[in-house]
Design a protein around this ligand. Structure first.
Ligand code: NAD
Length: 362
Protein backbone atom coordinates (compact mmCIF):
# COMPACT_ATOMS: atom_id res chain seq x y z
CA UNK A 1 0.00 0.00 0.00
CA UNK A 2 1.01 3.64 -0.43
CA UNK A 3 0.73 6.36 2.20
CA UNK A 4 1.29 10.08 2.08
CA UNK A 5 2.88 11.34 5.30
CA UNK A 6 3.29 15.05 6.03
CA UNK A 7 6.46 15.43 8.07
CA UNK A 8 7.08 18.36 10.39
CA UNK A 9 10.63 17.92 11.65
CA UNK A 10 10.49 21.20 13.60
CA UNK A 11 13.28 22.62 15.74
CA UNK A 12 16.04 21.52 18.12
CA UNK A 13 16.34 17.72 18.11
CA UNK A 14 13.26 17.50 15.82
CA UNK A 15 15.16 16.85 12.55
CA UNK A 16 17.40 14.19 14.20
CA UNK A 17 14.60 12.16 15.77
CA UNK A 18 12.42 12.44 12.65
CA UNK A 19 15.30 11.15 10.51
CA UNK A 20 15.45 8.01 12.66
CA UNK A 21 11.65 7.53 12.59
CA UNK A 22 11.73 7.73 8.78
CA UNK A 23 14.57 5.22 8.70
CA UNK A 24 12.42 2.77 10.69
CA UNK A 25 9.31 3.47 8.56
CA UNK A 26 11.30 2.83 5.40
CA UNK A 27 12.44 -0.51 6.82
CA UNK A 28 8.80 -1.33 7.62
CA UNK A 29 7.97 -0.38 4.01
CA UNK A 30 10.62 -2.66 2.47
CA UNK A 31 9.79 -5.54 4.84
CA UNK A 32 6.01 -5.47 4.45
CA UNK A 33 5.69 -4.08 0.91
CA UNK A 34 4.47 -0.53 1.56
CA UNK A 35 5.66 2.85 0.27
CA UNK A 36 5.64 5.93 2.45
CA UNK A 37 5.75 9.21 0.52
CA UNK A 38 7.01 12.03 2.72
CA UNK A 39 6.30 15.70 2.30
CA UNK A 40 8.40 18.02 4.48
CA UNK A 41 6.50 20.92 6.02
CA UNK A 42 7.75 23.83 8.10
CA UNK A 43 6.32 24.73 11.47
CA UNK A 44 7.50 26.46 14.65
CA UNK A 45 10.85 28.28 14.67
CA UNK A 46 11.87 26.76 11.34
CA UNK A 47 8.80 28.37 9.75
CA UNK A 48 9.35 31.71 11.51
CA UNK A 49 12.87 31.87 10.03
CA UNK A 50 11.56 31.30 6.49
CA UNK A 51 8.01 32.70 6.49
CA UNK A 52 7.91 35.09 9.45
CA UNK A 53 5.05 33.09 11.04
CA UNK A 54 5.07 29.72 12.89
CA UNK A 55 2.46 28.15 10.59
CA UNK A 56 1.22 29.22 7.15
CA UNK A 57 -2.22 28.51 5.64
CA UNK A 58 -0.47 26.58 2.88
CA UNK A 59 1.14 24.26 5.43
CA UNK A 60 -2.26 23.63 7.02
CA UNK A 61 -3.76 22.75 3.64
CA UNK A 62 -0.89 20.42 2.80
CA UNK A 63 -1.15 18.72 6.19
CA UNK A 64 -4.89 18.24 5.68
CA UNK A 65 -4.26 16.64 2.28
CA UNK A 66 -1.91 14.01 3.76
CA UNK A 67 -2.98 10.65 5.25
CA UNK A 68 -1.32 11.60 8.57
CA UNK A 69 1.19 14.01 10.06
CA UNK A 70 4.40 12.87 11.77
CA UNK A 71 6.04 15.55 13.89
CA UNK A 72 9.34 15.94 15.73
CA UNK A 73 9.03 18.87 18.12
CA UNK A 74 9.03 22.63 17.88
CA UNK A 75 10.41 25.50 19.93
CA UNK A 76 13.78 26.78 21.10
CA UNK A 77 15.43 27.91 24.30
CA UNK A 78 12.71 30.12 25.75
CA UNK A 79 15.26 32.40 27.51
CA UNK A 80 17.75 32.96 24.71
CA UNK A 81 16.09 32.28 21.35
CA UNK A 82 14.99 35.39 19.37
CA UNK A 83 11.73 33.52 18.57
CA UNK A 84 10.62 34.33 22.12
CA UNK A 85 11.07 38.08 21.62
CA UNK A 86 8.08 37.91 19.23
CA UNK A 87 4.47 38.50 20.32
CA UNK A 88 2.88 35.27 21.71
CA UNK A 89 0.79 34.64 18.57
CA UNK A 90 3.96 34.56 16.43
CA UNK A 91 6.04 32.27 18.69
CA UNK A 92 6.76 28.62 17.74
CA UNK A 93 4.12 27.08 20.07
CA UNK A 94 1.35 29.17 18.48
CA UNK A 95 1.83 27.04 15.35
CA UNK A 96 1.21 23.85 17.32
CA UNK A 97 -2.01 25.09 18.94
CA UNK A 98 -3.24 26.35 15.58
CA UNK A 99 -2.58 23.13 13.67
CA UNK A 100 -4.35 21.06 16.37
CA UNK A 101 -7.37 23.34 16.06
CA UNK A 102 -7.36 23.49 12.25
CA UNK A 103 -7.10 19.71 11.94
CA UNK A 104 -9.86 19.27 14.55
CA UNK A 105 -7.72 16.94 16.65
CA UNK A 106 -10.09 16.33 19.57
CA UNK A 107 -8.69 13.04 20.87
CA UNK A 108 -5.27 12.86 22.48
CA UNK A 109 -3.84 9.39 23.08
CA UNK A 110 -0.83 9.01 25.31
CA UNK A 111 0.45 5.56 26.17
CA UNK A 112 2.29 5.00 29.43
CA UNK A 113 4.26 1.80 29.10
CA UNK A 114 6.90 0.55 31.48
CA UNK A 115 9.59 -1.52 29.81
CA UNK A 116 10.92 -4.33 31.98
CA UNK A 117 14.46 -3.20 31.10
CA UNK A 118 13.83 0.38 32.29
CA UNK A 119 12.23 -0.54 35.61
CA UNK A 120 15.02 1.21 37.51
CA UNK A 121 13.80 4.59 36.16
CA UNK A 122 10.28 4.03 37.57
CA UNK A 123 9.74 5.85 40.88
CA UNK A 124 7.26 3.20 42.13
CA UNK A 125 8.26 0.29 44.39
CA UNK A 126 9.06 -3.11 42.82
CA UNK A 127 6.01 -4.85 44.33
CA UNK A 128 3.74 -2.22 42.73
CA UNK A 129 5.43 -2.40 39.32
CA UNK A 130 5.36 -6.22 39.19
CA UNK A 131 6.15 -7.20 35.61
CA UNK A 132 5.39 -3.68 34.31
CA UNK A 133 2.27 -1.84 33.12
CA UNK A 134 0.82 -0.76 29.80
CA UNK A 135 -1.99 1.79 29.70
CA UNK A 136 -3.16 4.63 27.48
CA UNK A 137 -4.86 7.85 28.42
CA UNK A 138 -7.51 9.05 25.98
CA UNK A 139 -7.96 12.74 26.73
CA UNK A 140 -10.58 15.02 25.17
CA UNK A 141 -8.57 17.89 23.70
CA UNK A 142 -10.86 20.60 22.31
CA UNK A 143 -13.65 21.06 24.88
CA UNK A 144 -14.25 21.44 28.61
CA UNK A 145 -12.79 23.96 31.01
CA UNK A 146 -9.96 25.12 28.72
CA UNK A 147 -12.36 26.18 25.98
CA UNK A 148 -15.38 27.33 28.05
CA UNK A 149 -16.52 30.88 28.72
CA UNK A 150 -14.26 32.70 31.15
CA UNK A 151 -13.76 36.13 32.60
CA UNK A 152 -12.76 38.25 35.58
CA UNK A 153 -15.01 40.89 37.06
CA UNK A 154 -14.66 43.35 39.91
CA UNK A 155 -17.49 44.32 42.20
CA UNK A 156 -17.06 46.64 45.21
CA UNK A 157 -13.30 46.23 44.93
CA UNK A 158 -13.46 42.40 45.01
CA UNK A 159 -12.11 40.50 42.01
CA UNK A 160 -13.98 37.38 40.90
CA UNK A 161 -12.75 35.01 38.17
CA UNK A 162 -14.91 32.46 36.38
CA UNK A 163 -14.18 29.48 34.08
CA UNK A 164 -16.89 27.22 32.75
CA UNK A 165 -16.76 23.51 32.03
CA UNK A 166 -19.11 22.69 29.17
CA UNK A 167 -19.56 19.51 27.16
CA UNK A 168 -22.32 18.55 24.77
CA UNK A 169 -23.27 14.93 24.20
CA UNK A 170 -21.77 14.86 20.70
CA UNK A 171 -18.35 15.90 21.99
CA UNK A 172 -18.51 13.15 24.61
CA UNK A 173 -19.79 10.51 22.20
CA UNK A 174 -17.04 10.99 19.58
CA UNK A 175 -14.19 10.70 22.13
CA UNK A 176 -15.88 7.72 23.81
CA UNK A 177 -16.14 5.94 20.45
CA UNK A 178 -12.41 6.54 19.92
CA UNK A 179 -11.60 5.10 23.36
CA UNK A 180 -13.68 1.96 22.79
CA UNK A 181 -12.16 1.47 19.32
CA UNK A 182 -8.67 1.64 20.78
CA UNK A 183 -9.57 -0.64 23.69
CA UNK A 184 -10.78 -3.14 21.07
CA UNK A 185 -7.23 -3.28 19.72
CA UNK A 186 -5.82 -3.73 23.25
CA UNK A 187 -6.95 -5.55 26.41
CA UNK A 188 -10.61 -4.55 26.00
CA UNK A 189 -11.18 -2.45 29.09
CA UNK A 190 -12.21 1.22 29.35
CA UNK A 191 -12.04 3.14 32.63
CA UNK A 192 -14.07 6.32 32.22
CA UNK A 193 -12.89 8.97 34.67
CA UNK A 194 -15.16 11.77 35.86
CA UNK A 195 -16.39 13.62 38.93
CA UNK A 196 -20.02 12.53 38.62
CA UNK A 197 -20.64 12.85 42.37
CA UNK A 198 -20.33 16.65 41.96
CA UNK A 199 -20.39 17.88 38.36
CA UNK A 200 -23.32 17.95 35.92
CA UNK A 201 -20.90 17.74 32.98
CA UNK A 202 -19.55 14.50 34.49
CA UNK A 203 -23.04 13.04 34.93
CA UNK A 204 -23.72 13.67 31.23
CA UNK A 205 -20.28 12.24 30.44
CA UNK A 206 -21.13 9.02 32.33
CA UNK A 207 -24.56 8.69 30.66
CA UNK A 208 -23.19 9.11 27.13
CA UNK A 209 -20.24 6.76 27.75
CA UNK A 210 -22.71 4.10 28.96
CA UNK A 211 -24.76 4.53 25.77
CA UNK A 212 -21.64 4.13 23.60
CA UNK A 213 -20.58 1.05 25.59
CA UNK A 214 -23.74 -0.78 24.43
CA UNK A 215 -22.22 -0.89 20.91
CA UNK A 216 -19.12 -2.64 22.29
CA UNK A 217 -20.38 -5.72 24.18
CA UNK A 218 -16.91 -7.33 24.28
CA UNK A 219 -15.36 -4.35 26.08
CA UNK A 220 -15.56 -3.93 29.84
CA UNK A 221 -16.51 -0.46 31.05
CA UNK A 222 -15.86 0.83 34.54
CA UNK A 223 -16.32 4.32 35.99
CA UNK A 224 -13.87 5.92 38.39
CA UNK A 225 -13.87 9.28 40.12
CA UNK A 226 -10.90 11.41 39.14
CA UNK A 227 -9.51 11.77 42.68
CA UNK A 228 -9.54 8.00 43.09
CA UNK A 229 -7.93 7.56 39.64
CA UNK A 230 -5.04 9.87 40.59
CA UNK A 231 -4.45 7.61 43.59
CA UNK A 232 -4.91 4.31 41.73
CA UNK A 233 -2.34 5.32 39.09
CA UNK A 234 0.41 5.16 41.70
CA UNK A 235 -1.19 2.43 43.84
CA UNK A 236 -1.82 -0.12 41.08
CA UNK A 237 -1.25 1.13 37.49
CA UNK A 238 -1.52 -2.46 36.17
CA UNK A 239 -5.33 -2.36 36.58
CA UNK A 240 -5.73 0.12 33.67
CA UNK A 241 -5.97 -0.48 29.93
CA UNK A 242 -7.64 2.64 28.39
CA UNK A 243 -8.44 5.61 30.62
CA UNK A 244 -11.06 7.85 28.99
CA UNK A 245 -11.44 11.34 30.37
CA UNK A 246 -12.22 14.99 29.73
CA UNK A 247 -9.69 17.70 28.93
CA UNK A 248 -8.47 18.99 32.30
CA UNK A 249 -8.60 15.66 34.14
CA UNK A 250 -6.67 14.15 31.20
CA UNK A 251 -4.09 16.91 31.26
CA UNK A 252 -3.25 16.15 34.87
CA UNK A 253 -3.57 12.34 34.76
CA UNK A 254 -1.48 11.96 31.58
CA UNK A 255 1.45 13.81 33.16
CA UNK A 256 1.11 11.65 36.27
CA UNK A 257 1.01 8.49 34.16
CA UNK A 258 4.02 9.49 32.07
CA UNK A 259 6.03 10.34 35.17
CA UNK A 260 5.61 6.84 36.56
CA UNK A 261 7.24 5.36 33.46
CA UNK A 262 10.42 7.28 34.26
CA UNK A 263 11.73 8.51 30.91
CA UNK A 264 10.47 11.31 28.73
CA UNK A 265 12.51 10.14 25.74
CA UNK A 266 10.31 7.01 25.47
CA UNK A 267 6.80 8.50 25.42
CA UNK A 268 4.80 8.72 22.21
CA UNK A 269 1.50 10.46 21.52
CA UNK A 270 -1.24 10.77 18.92
CA UNK A 271 -3.87 13.44 18.38
CA UNK A 272 -6.79 12.19 16.30
CA UNK A 273 -9.84 13.65 14.60
CA UNK A 274 -13.13 12.03 13.59
CA UNK A 275 -11.62 10.28 10.56
CA UNK A 276 -8.54 8.06 10.49
CA UNK A 277 -6.37 11.18 10.32
CA UNK A 278 -3.95 11.95 13.14
CA UNK A 279 -0.91 13.95 14.18
CA UNK A 280 1.78 11.83 15.81
CA UNK A 281 4.56 13.28 17.94
CA UNK A 282 6.74 12.45 20.94
CA UNK A 283 5.50 13.80 24.28
CA UNK A 284 8.77 15.65 24.89
CA UNK A 285 9.88 19.03 23.54
CA UNK A 286 12.69 20.09 21.19
CA UNK A 287 15.46 19.69 23.81
CA UNK A 288 17.60 22.59 22.48
CA UNK A 289 20.24 21.78 25.14
CA UNK A 290 21.23 18.57 23.31
CA UNK A 291 20.28 19.43 19.69
CA UNK A 292 22.71 18.51 16.92
CA UNK A 293 24.93 16.37 19.17
CA UNK A 294 23.63 12.87 18.39
CA UNK A 295 22.42 12.62 22.00
CA UNK A 296 18.63 12.60 21.57
CA UNK A 297 16.65 9.44 22.23
CA UNK A 298 14.62 8.81 19.04
CA UNK A 299 12.43 6.07 20.59
CA UNK A 300 9.43 8.30 21.49
CA UNK A 301 9.26 9.47 17.86
CA UNK A 302 9.73 5.95 16.49
CA UNK A 303 6.90 4.72 18.75
CA UNK A 304 4.75 7.66 17.58
CA UNK A 305 5.34 6.45 14.01
CA UNK A 306 4.18 2.99 15.19
CA UNK A 307 0.98 4.60 16.50
CA UNK A 308 0.51 6.18 13.08
CA UNK A 309 0.78 2.74 11.45
CA UNK A 310 -1.78 1.33 13.87
CA UNK A 311 -4.35 4.11 14.18
CA UNK A 312 -4.26 5.95 10.84
CA UNK A 313 -3.19 3.16 8.45
CA UNK A 314 -4.65 0.09 10.22
CA UNK A 315 -1.27 -1.67 9.91
CA UNK A 316 -1.34 -3.54 13.21
CA UNK A 317 1.24 -6.17 12.33
CA UNK A 318 3.67 -3.50 11.13
CA UNK A 319 3.12 -1.45 14.31
CA UNK A 320 3.73 -4.60 16.39
CA UNK A 321 7.03 -5.15 14.54
CA UNK A 322 8.25 -1.64 15.44
CA UNK A 323 7.29 -2.05 19.10
CA UNK A 324 8.93 -5.48 19.20
CA UNK A 325 12.13 -4.08 17.66
CA UNK A 326 12.28 -1.34 20.32
CA UNK A 327 11.83 -3.94 23.07
CA UNK A 328 14.51 -6.14 21.58
CA UNK A 329 17.03 -3.33 21.32
CA UNK A 330 16.42 -2.43 24.97
CA UNK A 331 16.68 -6.09 26.00
CA UNK A 332 20.05 -6.29 24.22
CA UNK A 333 21.25 -3.38 26.35
CA UNK A 334 21.37 -0.48 23.87
CA UNK A 335 20.69 2.88 25.56
CA UNK A 336 20.89 6.54 24.66
CA UNK A 337 22.31 8.79 27.40
CA UNK A 338 18.94 9.68 28.96
CA UNK A 339 18.13 6.03 29.79
CA UNK A 340 21.67 4.75 30.27
CA UNK A 341 22.66 2.74 33.32
CA UNK A 342 25.88 0.91 34.19
CA UNK A 343 26.65 -2.15 32.13
CA UNK A 344 24.57 -1.05 29.12
CA UNK A 345 25.83 -0.14 25.63
CA UNK A 346 25.72 3.63 25.15
CA UNK A 347 24.69 4.70 21.64
CA UNK A 348 23.80 7.96 19.90
CA UNK A 349 20.61 8.95 18.09
CA UNK A 350 21.72 7.54 14.73
CA UNK A 351 22.88 4.18 16.02
CA UNK A 352 19.71 3.75 18.09
CA UNK A 353 17.68 4.27 14.90
CA UNK A 354 19.92 1.83 12.99
CA UNK A 355 19.62 -0.87 15.66
CA UNK A 356 15.81 -0.60 15.74
CA UNK A 357 15.48 -0.55 11.94
CA UNK A 358 17.73 -3.64 11.69
CA UNK A 359 15.37 -5.63 13.92
CA UNK A 360 12.15 -4.91 12.01
CA UNK A 361 10.84 -8.23 10.73
CA UNK A 362 7.65 -9.92 9.59
P1 NAD B 1 12.05 19.28 26.65
O1 NAD B 1 11.12 18.13 26.69
O2 NAD B 1 12.48 19.74 25.30
O3 NAD B 1 13.37 18.93 27.50
C1 NAD B 1 13.34 18.63 28.88
C2 NAD B 1 14.60 17.82 29.25
O4 NAD B 1 14.47 16.50 28.72
C3 NAD B 1 15.89 18.40 28.64
O5 NAD B 1 16.95 18.20 29.54
C4 NAD B 1 16.12 17.58 27.39
O6 NAD B 1 17.48 17.47 27.02
C5 NAD B 1 15.54 16.23 27.80
N1 NAD B 1 14.96 15.51 26.65
C6 NAD B 1 13.79 15.79 26.02
N2 NAD B 1 13.59 14.95 24.99
C7 NAD B 1 14.65 14.12 24.98
C8 NAD B 1 15.04 13.04 24.14
N3 NAD B 1 14.29 12.64 23.11
N4 NAD B 1 16.21 12.42 24.40
C9 NAD B 1 16.98 12.79 25.44
N5 NAD B 1 16.68 13.81 26.26
C10 NAD B 1 15.53 14.47 26.03
O7 NAD B 1 11.36 20.46 27.46
P2 NAD B 1 11.80 21.99 27.62
O8 NAD B 1 13.31 22.09 27.73
O9 NAD B 1 10.96 22.51 28.68
O10 NAD B 1 11.37 22.68 26.26
C11 NAD B 1 12.24 22.95 25.16
C12 NAD B 1 11.42 23.54 24.02
O11 NAD B 1 10.48 22.56 23.56
C13 NAD B 1 10.59 24.76 24.42
O12 NAD B 1 10.64 25.70 23.37
C14 NAD B 1 9.19 24.20 24.58
O13 NAD B 1 8.19 25.16 24.36
C15 NAD B 1 9.19 23.15 23.48
N6 NAD B 1 8.17 22.07 23.65
C16 NAD B 1 7.62 21.63 22.49
C17 NAD B 1 6.70 20.60 22.55
C18 NAD B 1 6.10 20.09 21.27
O14 NAD B 1 6.65 20.34 20.22
N7 NAD B 1 4.99 19.37 21.31
C19 NAD B 1 6.37 19.99 23.79
C20 NAD B 1 7.01 20.46 24.94
C21 NAD B 1 7.92 21.50 24.86
Amino acid sequence: MEFHVAVIAGDGIGPEIIREARKVLDKVGSTFGHTFHYEDLLMGGASIDVNGVPLTDETIERAKAADAVLMGSIGGNTSTSPWYQLPPNLRPEAGLLKIRKELKLFANVRPAYLYEELKAACPLRDEIIGDGFDLVIMRELTGGLYFGERGTTEENGVLTAKDTLTYNENEIRRIAVRAFDIAGKRRKKVTSVDKANVLDSSRLWRKVVEEVAKDYPDITLEHMLVDNCAMQLVRDPKQFDVILTENMFGDILSDEASMVTGSIGMLSSASLNETKFGLYEPSHGSAPDIAGQDLANPIATILSAAMMLRYSFDLDQEADSVEAAVKQVLAEGYRTGDIYSNGCIKVGTTQMGDEIAKRIQK
